[in-house]
Structure formats: structure tokens, C-alpha cells
Design a protein around this ligand. Structure first.
Ligand SMILES: [Zn+2]
Length: 60
């Protein structure tokens, strides 16, 4: 696999917290897939979520 490939991750909007499937690039930036013009709330800042566990939100 060549360098410069993105990897699939999850990114959340820093403003409203909505999560998007995203691509994370080697330079650390994350680009939401399907929200390339920004979040539905109007924000364009996203934060990549580390290690994903889509069913891991239990708190007990
Ligand atoms: Zn948002």
C-alpha cells in the first residue's frame, strides 16, 4: 500500500458532537466522508475519534 493512503476512522463535530465516518490522513487530519463541506450544524471542525468500538458506550 503506498504512502499517503487515508485510513477509515470516525470523526465527531467539535461543535455538536455528531459522528461521521471519516478518512484520517498520515498528517493527522480527518476528513468526514459525506460532510466535506462541513457539519450539518455549520461547523467545519472535526475531531478524529481514537480506537473505535461502536458498541462500547456502556459506562458500567
Ligand atoms: Zn456539528
Amino acid at each position: 500500500m503506498p504512502n499517503g493512503e487515508s485510513t477509515r476512522t470516525i470523526a465527531t463535530c467539535v461543535d455538536c458532537g455528531v459522528a461521521y465516518a471519516a478518512e484520517q490522513w498520515p498528517d493527522g487530519t480527518a476528513q468526514p466522508i459525506g460532510a466535506r463541506n462541513g457539519c450539518q450544524c455549520g461547523s467545519t471542525e472535526f475531531q478524529a475519534v481514537k480506537k473505535t468500538s461502536t458498541t462500547g458506550f456502556r459506562d458500567d
